[in-house]
Design a protein around this ligand. Structure first.
Ligand SMILES: Cc1ncc(COP(=O)(O)O)c(C=O)c1O
Length: 423
């Protein structure tokens, strides 16, 4: 690595620490992932010093189509010759086209209304506003370990105290239940409940896959009380789990679905709240009740359409299934080899999590993996869980590289003292 590049890196980290957040720099350094990204391509990202990493973090799932996807980048470049973001108060061809496409690919036949935003939290805020506005009820039920974003309503539905406590009192009317527990859900939902909000598979909470009857059971409970069901598909959507949307695995469709992250193709922020036709009844008399200056900008919509087109044309859902199975076989082998480190593998397509035997393992393995050219980070909710969400375009050879890196890292870690089930 050249001295010039090394000093560019040092300077970027020093400036970041001085002007943004010194604690973040310290934490990333100690985890061995103080990477300053430069080139990005396919499943890889390169540090400014030239070091290559297979990216299994991908901004928690914003790069389903791969890093710096050139087909999508050219759609954006071409659009820039003619368009800008557009005037949010006007109607636009681009917004109409993307809304129509989202309605076409959403699960079920009746998710047909779309509100655009610029980020995931904003999409969930809009979902909760729609649910309260439409039902005229106050109650929102959400799940333990849920992650829905840091904006107002979404923060009130986050199932982790550390994110919430400093900002209390949060929104009234929110009730938390354990994820996957139908009995608890049955007790919590009443005639005052506007909506239940949940991720079909919890991402930030540790890749928690619900029991097979859970989503259908929650759907039934909601129907009994005329409560709306909101699925947050922000992390699970756009082919990540082997289907276009994760809810399709269980054949359940929600009343409102939120999407963001990979809709922007990794290059342009955009989100959407997609809802059932009759909920539009609430919105039509109030067309300006929920506004977002940057939400569904013309450029964002062009990128969103190009992204969906790329996912469909390249059959990325099938690819997620196939590459996920290859990862699964590798993880199962490691489960046999390192029972003192690895407790469980949780996986649907390429939404994957490794449950380690204790919390000290997550940070230590993240560092060892980075030393071997793999970027995979333990979850914010629980350092004993490492999430693997590589781009869906990852090749078989790259999958094998990640498994080999894990094997080498675990071998080294299991030799070190103080690690294992019993410490
Ligand atoms: C499931 C889920 N919902 C909502 C969000 C929030 O999205 P954003 O950070 O774009 O506001 C995230 C972000 O990680 C997420 O994973």
């Amino acid at each position: 690595m050249s001295d010039a590049r090394e000093s560019l890196k040092k300077q970027a980290l020093a400036d970041f620490a001085e002007y943004i957040n010194p604690m973040k720099v310290r934490t990333l350094k100690s985890a061995g992932i103080d990477i300053i990204e430069e080139k990005r391509e396919g499943a890889s990202t390169w540090d400014i010093t030239g070091r290559r990493y297979i990216d299994c973090q991908t901004g928690s799932g914003i790069m389903n189509v791969g890093r710096c996807n050139q087909e999508i980048a050219s759609a954006l470049r071409k659009a820039l010759d003619t368009y800008d973001m557009g005037v949010f108060l006007l109607c636009s061809r681009q917004k109409a086209d993307l809304a129509k496409k989202l309605a076409e690919i959403a699960p079920g036949d009746d998710l047909r209304g779309v509100l655009f935003g610029a980020g995931g939290g904003e999409a969930n805020d809009a979902a909760i506003k729609l649910a309260r506005g439409f039902t005229m009820r106050p109650g929102i039920v959400y799940t333990e370990k849920a992650y829905h974003g840091h904006t107002g309503f979404s923060l009130s539905a986050i199932g982790r105290e550390a994110y919430r406590e400093p900002f209390e009192p949060l929104m009234p009317g929110f009730t938390m239940v354990p994820f996957g527990d139908l009995e608890a859900m049955r007790k919590a939902v009443t005639g005052d409940t506007a909506a239940v909000i949940l991720e079909p598979i919890q991402g930030e909470g540790g890749i928690n896959i619900p029991p097979d009857d859970y989503l259908a059971g929650v759907r039934r409970i909601c129907d009994e009380h005329e409560t709306l069901l909101i699925f947050d598909e922000i992390q699970t959507g756009f082919a990540r789990t082997g289907k276009m949307f994760a809810a399709e695995h269980w054949g359940v469709s929600p009343d409102i679905m939120t999407v963001a992250k990979s809709l922007g193709g990794g290059i342009y922020p955009i989100s959407a709240t997609i809802f059932k036709e009759d909920i539009i009844d609430f919105f039509i008399p109030h067309p300006f009740i929920h506004l977002s200056t940057f939400g569904g900008s013309d450029l964002g919509c062009i990128v969103g359409l190009a992204t969906i087109d790329y996912i469909q044309k390249n059959r990325l859902a099938e690819r997620a299934e196939a590459m996920g199975a290859r990862f699964g076989a590798g993880f199962d082998r490691l489960l046999g080899l390192y029972p003192e480190l690895l407790l469980e593998v949780r996986r649907k397509g390429l939404m994957m999590g490794l449950q380690y035997t204790n919390e000290s393992i997550g940070p230590r393995l993240t560092k060892k993996l980075a030393d071997r050219g793999v970027l995979a980070i333990y979850t914010g909710n629980d350092p004993s869980i490492c999430r693997f969400m590589p781009p869906l375009v990852i090749s078989p050879e790259e999958v094998d590289f990640v498994i080999e890196a894990l094997d080498g890292s675990m071998k080294e870690l299991s030799k070190e003292s103080g690690i294992g089930k019993n410490d």
